[in-house]
Design a protein around this ligand. Structure first.
Ligand code: SF4
Ligand SMILES: [Zn+2]
Ligand SMILES: [Zn+2]
Length: 312
């Protein structure tokens, strides 16, 4: 198949756009969509530190490279990559090594927050002590808290996340299906500063997961391919499957879901949901009196974890 823009062989098809692209035009199209997203999400960045959440996987690695491409030449912008070690044996250590390699290659400062130090527990240990809870439930909220805390510690004005188009479409559909307008209104990318939260931006919001993967491969990024051992239990899996099937049937569904979300935000509809209050335990934004991170911590502490939990 030939590229739609030149006579080279295509490396990717984009059914939602009805085109095939060669490597050069594919890479350009990714760079251009990221540039547009960054311009839209932080149009007048005044300078300062930007933290990039780096897991060592393909998405955050591409987000880091693209953020450096966009901001790298501005002398008043400092980039700091931040990682979280949730304590997941066999999975997190190699991803952190990949993150270390990439930041060394790019010459970007890299900081790591460890769940054991920050929270006094790990995802592996909590998975054992809370066997009826899906690990992603506490792991996700704890990671968000640690990323936010670390972003605040490095004095970041924005926190870059590696969410791709598939991730966002799944989250939008999940929140709509659950009728959870509060979470829908708080989703990244953030348009406004929320008390206690470093605004999160998502440069890859317009790039399908498959294209992020291809971009990472073509760029030779040292990302890790491993999968978390707890991932099979994630509630998100069903939405991943549904979004994938919808996209197969009706190319462009992921873009439509995103557009729906954007129009709800732009129309002020989601603002009417109201801002969250603050957690009485930790002061973080919270829909209830206490945030979910504190609730899960309390549960994990009061449950007795066996000594041989396999935590890192
Ligand atoms: S898959 Fe779930 S348990 Fe594993 S790192 Fe992600 S959120 Fe945590
Ligand atoms: Zn081409
Ligand atoms: Zn709290």
């Amino acid at each position: 198949m030939e590229c739609a823009l030149c006579s080279e062989t295509a490396v990717v098809d984009q059914p939602y756009a009805g085109v095939h692209l060669c490597e050069k035009h594919f890479r350009r199209s990714v760079d251009e969509r990221v540039r547009r997203e960054l311009h839209r999400q932080i149009p007048r960045f005044p300078g300062g530190t930007i933290a990039i959440a780096l897991s060592g996987g393909k998405d955050s690695s591409v987000a880091l490279v693209e953020t450096q491409r966009y901001f790298g030449r501005r002398p008043n912008v400092k980039l700091v990559a931040i990682s979280v070690d949730e304590g997941i044996a066999g999975y997190r250590p190699p991803t952190l090594r990949a993150a270390e390699r990439l930041t060394t290659q790019l010459g970007i400062e890299h900081r790591i927050a460890r769940a054991q130090d920050e929270l006094g527990t790990t995802t592996d240990r909590a998975a054992v002590s809370l066997p009826t809870t899906i690990p992603c439930s506490f792991c996700g909220v704890w990671r968000r808290r640690m990323l936010n805390d670390l972003a605040q510690r490095v004095d970041a004005r924005a926190l870059v996340l590696g969410f791709n188009l598939d991730d966002l479409a799944q989250t939008i559909l999940m929140n709509l299906a659950r009728g959870d307008l509060r979470r829908l209104s708080r989703m990244a990318p953030h348009r406004h500063r929320q008390p206690g939260l470093v605004p999160r931006i998502a440069p890859l919001a317009d790039i399908p997961e498959r294209e992020v993967y291809l971009y990472a491969l073509l760029s030779g990024l040292p990302f890790d391919h491993g999968e978390c051992p707890h991932a099979a239990r994630a509630a998100r899996n069903v939405y991943r499957e549904v979004v994938w099937r919808l996209e197969e049937e009706v190319p462009g569904t992921r873009h439509s879901l995103r557009r729906t979300h954007r129009e709800l935000v732009d129309g002020g509809f989601l603002e009417r949901v109201g801002a969250p209050g603050l957690c009485i335990s930790c002061g973080a934004p919270s829909a209830g009196a206490r945030c979910r991170a504190c609730d899960y911590l309390e549960q994990a502490r009061s449950a007795t974890a066996p000594a041989s939990s396999g935590a890192t």
